[in-house]
Design a protein around this ligand. Structure first.
Ligand SMILES: Nc1ncnc2c1ncn2[C@@H]1O[C@H](COP(=O)(O)OP(=O)(O)OP(=O)(O)O)[C@@H](O)[C@H]1O
Ligand SMILES: [Mg+2]
Length: 1002
């Protein structure tokens, strides 16, 4: 009979949030107490908000405290209600568990039998007056039974969903509430508050219950946004894009059931209202009377909120009918008053469900009515609404005009995303010539395109901006004049210069200069500036300076303050590249101050370059402060995702990572609760990956496929991701993965920048060299040659990339210096470990000392420590244990502070920095037994344990014992390292038995 018993289903996912509510229930009903007082609680909340889940948690707690818990449900059976349903369930369950107890209770209180399924007298049809049980007697019997049970052990009774309770159940509950219990019996009754409209039978009863003294109420409110996020993650452990997460959080409005449905729908790729959810919502709408339904239909077409007068006009209902319909919709919790004179859906998805339920023709007609109603009162802020209704009413001309207006409105109040959406809609509509004609006052498509691309850039979608302009340029539109083409080319170059793209900005500005009239107009001045930028981008610094100076002069002449700021920034940047960082810094600081005072977004560009200068000079904390300020300012002026703004944030994260403030780095790049464009999210995630790699969070590689698609949009994304991934793969022992991700990034960035020897290749090469060296200790002799060859290539490329700045008359920054030193040191270490072209000990140690010092001048905390660790390693194996001590201990202290697990592991394998073990190890190398030397000689030839065993007539097991003794005596991390150490100390030739020697020469 009772099919739906959710409380007994195992609840696998943990309950999220609800700590306060659970504590409150615990306090009210003494959940965990062994002798709680009797109590009663009314638990209410919207459908799907999580009442049942909370009660399941409460039940678990009560049972854990040794209480008996009995649960009964009311079910939605419409009119064919079975009386006392939840009590039948609850006693039926008890009867199944403890039939003797129930029998005893029935013997004591015979009317109880009436509510115990299977024990009801067969003749009890309820109609026969001779057998009809007096209700009062039944109530007394139930009460007495519960009280008796409570006397045995504290009892918790849960009656769920009493909004569906029949009259008899409600009366029984009223009786129990009114009488209370002399033993510890707690009663929790739950119901859906959104079901309790004015005429609902429970409404009056619940009001009465609430007046009974000793009854408490707990109202479940929606889950907080952060709890919703946790819930989404528990339902969908794979990462959702932040923007998808954001959509779920926004739409669900804290309702757990909605979250589940939306996540399921998102997983199956649908944006529409999930079917189950729509069904559930439509049930609510079906309960409305006809007038209310009409009101709701109209409101659903309006979107979220609707002013009373617009509603009245579109609904076409007379005053009284409208009032009546509204009242019903409000009472049924479908609409809520929003503001003094308007209405909104209580939950946005109710509106969606109602809208989806409209017939197609009905929708078009309604939207047309809205167009008429709004057309007469277009005021500020309504263009967007008018555009939407016109589009859905298939009135394209009105939609086009209104969309342009809406875009302008949004752009002027700093809503670039909305502006972009409106302009794009306008562009789409304007593609139709007839619409364009009909739109009346001329809509300038070139102007529209330029505005759309500017909005896209401001919204952080620079590649979209480029695509929009290119699409217009590519159209065989006979109507476009040469000056118009010039404008478009200028817009194209402007966007291209803000990102990484294979489009030729310089070609665009060069052509534009010929097409745009040569008169001293603002447009011309801006074009000159962009042209200077394009030249600078191509490293033609002298030409760039000349054009920038012209642009500056014209900007001043025309009084274009923002442009003057921008050009001054370009000039300052050129100065820095020309070898005058101090002068550049002074100029930039001035520009920043002026731009800040006038609220000019050019401030962000100034900050960006200023931070860059600090970085080049190795002043990391100054750089960090400047980048932080840039990120902050971008947020303040409503352009957090625009170029320079988002870059400042990413760079702040990166520099915080370098300075060893990994927690700040993590929080700087955390976009939870924000809705970044996908490329910005990828950029910030890439920075976060560096910290993950440093900490050895191997699960982070799962992010790689999410970030990879954006490598082609920003070289920095590829480089940052690859740097971190080389370590993530390498530290997990997957050298193939490390090589692949390195090569992938090199190909991707090399193509994007049209330069295979870009500067970051020094760093990527050094990182991969480090992993190759680690791998060398693990691989067989046969593979070492290949590893050595790859190492040689990596170093050669790094050297080449390091020479580039000088070739262009520039200086290499300190970071470049540091990575070059590191690459050289890693390469020597690799050669030493694989025993090919083995370097001299002094050279090896010197190179590592150099790397350590270089990472002091460019104070990258983690890489400094890694360099120290490797310096320690090479010192130890060249027998300089005493000198090895200090760098080892310093590296360990840093690794501990950062929580850099892979580095700690590396140090552990050296035994470095761990006091006590060193001396012991130090002496042991002298004491290799003759047998161990024999084994070592064979290991040096790359023989496997089995081969050695055959050669020496001993078992492979014994060989492995010898090998591990050798490793520990030599303090080597692996076979290869042991051989390298032995070679250095001349342990291989002394006392090697003739057989082995002979074999080596053959
Ligand atoms: N705090 C929570 N943590 C994890 N999951 C939750 C939480 N709250 C609710 N859920 C899940 O959301 C869904 C809806 O919750 P639940 O069934 O408890 O809602 P309800 O308020 O009882 O709804 P109804 O009024 O329809 O009975 C369930 O699958 C439940 O497991
Ligand atoms: Mg429930």
């Amino acid at each position: 009979m009772i099919g739906d018993v959710p409380l007994d289903l195992p609840v696998s996912n943990p309950i999220i949030g609800r700590t306060n509510e659970l504590e409150r229930l615990a306090a009210l009903t003494g959940l965990d107490e062994t002798s709680p007082p009797a109590s009663a609680v009314l638990l209410s909340g919207d459908a799907g908000i999580g009442k049942t889940r909370l009660l399941a948690a409460a039940r678990a707690r009560a049972e854990a405290a040794g209480r008996r818990v009995l649960v009964g449900h009311c079910l939605d059976f419409g009119d064919s209600v079975l009386p006392y349903l939840p009590f039948s369930e609850l006693f039926g369950r008890l009867d199944a568990e403890s039939p003797a107890l129930v029998q005893a209770m029935i013997d004591k209180h015979p009317p109880l039998r009436r509510v115990v399924p299977g024990r009801r007298p067969p003749t009890d049809t309820g109609d026969d007056p001779a057998h009809r049980v007096d209700r009062g007697e039944l109530f007394e019997a139930v009460h007495a039974t519960l009280e008796h049970l409570g006397g045995e052990a504290p009892l918790l009774i849960v009656v769920e969903d009493v909004h569906w309770a029949d009259q008899s159940t409600r009366d029984l509950l009223s009786f129990l509430f009114a009488h209370g219990f002399a033993t510890p019996v707690s009663l929790i009754v739950s119901y859906r508050s959104d079901d309790l409209h004015r005429r609902h039978p429970l409404r009056a009863t619940a009001a009465q219950w609430a007046r009974v003294s000793g009854i408490d109420r707990v109202e479940l409110s929606p889950l907080s946004d952060s709890d919703v996020r946790l819930l989404v993650r528990s339902l969908h452990p794979e990462r959702l894009r932040e923007s998808d997460m954001h959509t779920v959080v926004e739409r669900a409005e804290g309702n757990a059931f909605f979250v589940e449905e939306l996540v399921a729908a998102a997983a199956s790729g649908g944006g529409a209202l999930p079917r189950d959810l729509a069904g559930l919502l439509l049930v609510r709408l079906d309960q409305l009377d006809e007038g209310a339904r009409q009101v709701v239909r109209v409101a659903s077409a309006a979107g979220r909120g609707i002013p009373h007068e617009v509603l009245a006009e579109v609904a076409g209902m007379d005053g009284a009918a409208l009032e009546q319909g509204l009242r019903d919709a409000v009472e049924r919790h479908v609409l809520v008053p929003a503001g003094p004179d308007s209405y909104a859906f209580r939950h946005a998805m109710l509106g969606e469900a109602a809208y989806d339920d409209l017939l197609p023709g009905e929708r078009v007609r309604l939207h047309a009515d809205f167009v008429r109603a709004l057309a007469t009162r277009v005021a500020a802020g309504t263009a967007a609404e008018l555009a939407r209704h016109a589009r859905l009413a298939h009135d394209a001309a009105t939609a086009l005009r209104a969309s342009v207006l809406a875009g302008d409105e949004a752009a002027s109040v700093g809503g670039p995303d909305e502006a972009l959406a409106h302009y794009r809609m306008a562009l789409e509509l304007s593609a139709d010539e007839v619409t364009l004609d009909r739109a009346g006052d001329p809509v300038d498509v070139v102007e529209l395109t330029v505005k759309a691309s500017a909005a896209a850039t401001a919204a952080g979608q620079v590649h979209k901006a480029i695509a929009l302009v290119q699409a217009r340029l590519d159209r065989p539109a006979p109507g476009i004049t040469p000056p118009e083409r010039g404008r478009l080319l200028h817009a194209l170059a402007t966007a291209v210069l803000l990102t990484d793209s294979t489009v030729d900005a310089l070609a665009a500005t060069t052509e534009a200069l010929e097409l745009v009239p040569a008169e001293p107009t603002p447009q011309r001045a801006r074009l000159l500036s962009t042209h200077a930028g394009a030249l600078a981008d191509r490293n033609r610094d002298e030409d760039a300076t000349r054009w920038a100076s012209d642009a500056l002069a014209l900007a001043r002449e025309l009084g274009l303050g923002d442009l003057a700021t921008d050009v001054t920034t370009t000039l300052a940047r050129l100065k820095e590249r020309g070898g005058e960082p101090e002068a550049s810094q002074v100029a930039l600081e001035k520009v920043i101050e002026e731009a800040h005072a006038s609220g000019d977004p050019a401030e962000l560009r100034g900050l960006h370059h200023l931070g860059g200068i600090h970085l080049e000079q190795g002043r990391l904390s100054d750089a960090l402060a400047v980048f932080r300020r840039g990120a902050e300012r971008a947020r303040e002026i409503g352009r957090p995702w625009a170029p320079y703004g988002v870059d400042a944030r990413a760079l702040a994260g990166l520099v915080a990572y370098q300075t060893g403030d990994w927690d700040s780095a993590t929080s700087l790049v955390d976009v939870a609760g924000q809705a970044p464009p996908a490329v910005a999210e990828a950029l910030l995630a890439a920075v976060g990956l560096s910290v993950a790699a440093g900490r050895g969070d191997h699960k982070a590689v799962e992010l790689l496929p999410h970030i990879r698609p954006y490598w082609s949009q920003e070289g920095m994304i590829a480089i940052t991701t690859a740097g971190a991934s080389i370590d993530l793969f390498g530290d997990a022992g997957d050298i193939g993965g490390a090589i692949a991700v390195h090569d992938d990034a090199v190909a991707s960035v090399g193509g994007l920048w049209q330069n295979p020897d870009f500067a970051a290749r020094i760093r990527l090469g050094a990182l991969l060299l480090g992993q190759l060296a680690a791998e060398a200790s693990r691989t067989a002799a046969s593979e070492r040659v290949a590893i050595g060859r790859l190492g040689g290539t990596l170093l050669a490329v790094a050297e080449r990339a390091a020479e580039r700045p000088a070739k262009m008359g520039r200086r290499r920054g300190r970071e470049g210096d540091a990575w070059l030193a590191r690459a050289r040191a890693e390469h020597l270490r690799l050669r030493w470990l694989i025993g090919i072209d083995v370097p001299d000990a002094g050279e090896l140690v010197g190179a590592w000392e150099h790397a350590v010092a270089a990472f002091e001048r460019y104070p990258h905390v983690f890489e400094h420590a890694r360099s120290q660790a490797r310096l320690c390693a090479v010192l130890r194996s060249s027998g300089e244990a005493a000198r090895a001590r200090e760098p080892g201990e310093a590296a360990r202290a840093t690794a501990r502070r950062l929580g850099a697990q892979p580095l700690i592991t590396e140090l552990d394998s050296l035994g470095a920095g761990a006091p006590g073990r060193r001396d012991e190890r130090e002496q042991s190398h002298e004491t290799l037994t003759p047998r161990e030397r024999e084994v070592l000689a064979l290991v040096a030839e790359g023989r496997s344990n089995r081969e050695i065993a055959e050669r020496l007539y001993i078992s492979a097991k014994t060989v492995s014992v010898h090998v591990s003794n050798i490793l520990s005596k030599l303090a080597a991390a692996g076979r290869t390292e042991a051989v390298a150490i032995a070679r250095r100390r001349d342990l291989l030739t002394e006392g090697v038995p003739p057989a082995a020697v002979k074999d080596r020469t053959s």
